[in-house]
Write a protein that binds this ligand. Structure first.
Ligand SMILES: [Zn+2]
Length: 214
């Protein structure tokens, strides 16, 4: 399978077409940094890159081009940047034993895509950052409209409110880091944290590959 994937999508930089990585070091330096934001209910939400230009292209390619091994490479870059830009936060997560929790896709969408990019991110980040990770803590309740199709901010919030439910109350960790590929309005993250806080989570962070900045 990976041979076919490599033939269809040879591992070259999405930016310049050179090298043996999906994002070469030079093109990576041209991507704008993400930010650490404070949001209700969260200790903080960190996005590693600004959701813009090349990183936007890469995320689209991953999602719609089925290039799941590109997301593994992105997880490594995330971990490296986290250790450089937020060493104290990483240390805090390790000491307090935070658990990485991927935001689930709707099952239908996951079947179609074949993988959940947030799950791959969480799994790889867990290795790179020496943190635990747990999958399937929450699931999406109902089929909702694609957020991208809703322009109105308030509508987006309504659409996302109450869309997650906890799968098993007994296995919920106290301290978590929600992992997703992109944060836009923050409605998805907030919805997920709300569901988990009802079931025993005390402290929550958010961590994404890229973030839309206002
Ligand atoms: Zn490049």
């Amino acid at each position: 399978m990976s041979l076919i994937i490599n033939w269809l999508f040879p591992r070259k930089c999405f930016g310049c077409g050179q090298g043996e990585e999906y994002l070469c070091t030079l093109c990576e330096t041209k991507i704008k940094n993400g930010e650490l934001i404070k949001k209700d209910g969260f200790e903080g939400i960190i996005s590693i890159f600004k959701y813009d230009g090349l990183i936007k292209d890469i995320i689209e390619k991953i999602k719609y081009g089925f290039v799941s091994d590109a997301i593994e490479e992105m997880a490594k870059k995330m971990a490296r940047k986290l250790k450089i830009d937020y060493p104290n936060i990483v240390k805090y997560w390790q000491e307090k034993k935070y658990i990485l929790v991927p935001i689930p896709l709707h099952p239908q969408r996951q079947r179609w895509r074949g993988f959940n990019q947030s799950e791959i991110l969480a799994e790889k980040l867990s290795k790179e950052l020496k943190l635990g990770w747990k999958n399937n803590l929450i699931r999406r309740k109902i089929k909702i409209k694609s957020q991208a199709k809703i322009k109105n901010r308030e509508e987006k919030w309504k659409n996302m409110a109450d869309i997650f439910q906890v799968v098993d109350n007994k296995i919920i960790p106290k301290k978590i880091i929600l992992v997703d590929d992109v944060i836009t309005s923050g409605a998805t993250m907030t919805g997920a944290l709300k569901a988990l806080k009802k079931s025993g989570v005390n402290l929550g962070w958010g961590l994404t590959l890229a973030g839309v900045q206002k």
